[in-house]
Design a protein around this ligand. Structure first.
Ligand SMILES: [Zn+2]
Length: 85
């Protein structure tokens, strides 16, 4: 369920981070599956794709964190919760 109290850009970056983390998980599973194979090329390709996914995930997280710090919206949820009391 989407929280409507997040600023739009934070939500967009959070969605991107969620997608990149899911991709990293999928590629990590592919590396694990390739590890039991005797095909070195198969393992290396899976490893390379996983490393690319790891870098994209780290960048997504960095963008999300930077936005929250620059925009100040990391406190938005707390302010919304306090105003509901
Ligand atoms: Zn924001």
């Amino acid at each position: 369920m989407r929280c409507t109290n997040l600023c739009a850009e934070r939500q967009r970056l959070l969605d991107a981070y969620t997608e990149s983390a899911a991709a990293l998980s999928r590629f990590g599973q592919a590396v694990a599956a390739a590890a039991v194979s005797y095909e070195a090329d198969l393992f290396q390709r899976a490893w390379d794709r996983c490393e690319g996914a790891r870098l994209r995930c780290a960048e997504s997280r960095r963008e999300l964190t930077a936005h929250m710090q620059e925009h100040g919206c990391e406190f938005g949820l707390f302010a919304a919760a306090a105003s509901n009391k």
